[in-house]
Design a protein around this ligand. Sequence first.
Ligand SMILES: [Zn+2]
Length: 70
Amino acid sequence: MPPVPKRKISKGRRDRRRSHHALTVPTWTYCPKCKEPVLPYHACLNCGTYRGRKVAESAEEREKRKEKKS
Ligand SMILES: [Zn+2]
């Protein structure tokens, strides 16, 4: 027989453990340039800008780069 709990966990103890299990709805904003939904403090994945400045490749540029490779 495998190791098993000696006692049943009471409803109160079980529910206290689960008091931290609630899920939260993620917050997001919209890109000022392309109006796509963006996570706060993240560069836009669609156009590659952060606070109006270009910091990464846009989705279009990524797509082009992939085509070149293959
Ligand atoms: Zn954008």
